[in-house]
Design a protein around this ligand. Sequence first.
Ligand SMILES: [Mg+2]
Length: 180
Amino acid sequence: MGNRTQDKIIEKAKDIKLLILDVDGVLTDGRIIYDDKGGELKCFDVKDGHGIKLLMRAGIELGIISGRESRAVEHRAKELGISVLYQRIFDKVKVYEKILKEKGLADNQVCFIGDDLVDMPLLKRVGFSVAVVDGSEYLKEVVDYVTMKNGGNGAVREVCELILKAQDKWGMLTQKYFGT
Ligand SMILES: [Mg+2]
């Protein structure tokens, strides 16, 4: 990544007040595991979770828009304190516009992370668009940033850190872990 591209990404990340996440392939590695009763099991990354918590501590809001619906996602959102949760959504842009209106935010203040073609319309809309590196190749051509880490394996954490560092909030939030 050239310096100018990197500067552009930092400029975009500075404005972010809301991070919206897709679930399958972004918060998870995309695999869906069924138990013998047909219930869905999902694997979440604990470091992603901590990144989300840090972001919230910095006053940045979190939202989830998923095409599928599962109790596991409901539990994970609750655990992380994410109240903006939309599942079984076929038109992500429509829900996004509703959230924008409710929050009084503009496109440039929103970051969205996606992994597949259904995420394309919303990625084209938000101010800071991100695709996970193991997502669809088509997305990578249109987004502002492609993660180094895979979905479900630190991609979300990577973006949380990027936003916090761009906004000069990372040092303050993590100071206690490093000591003096
Ligand atoms: Mg997905």
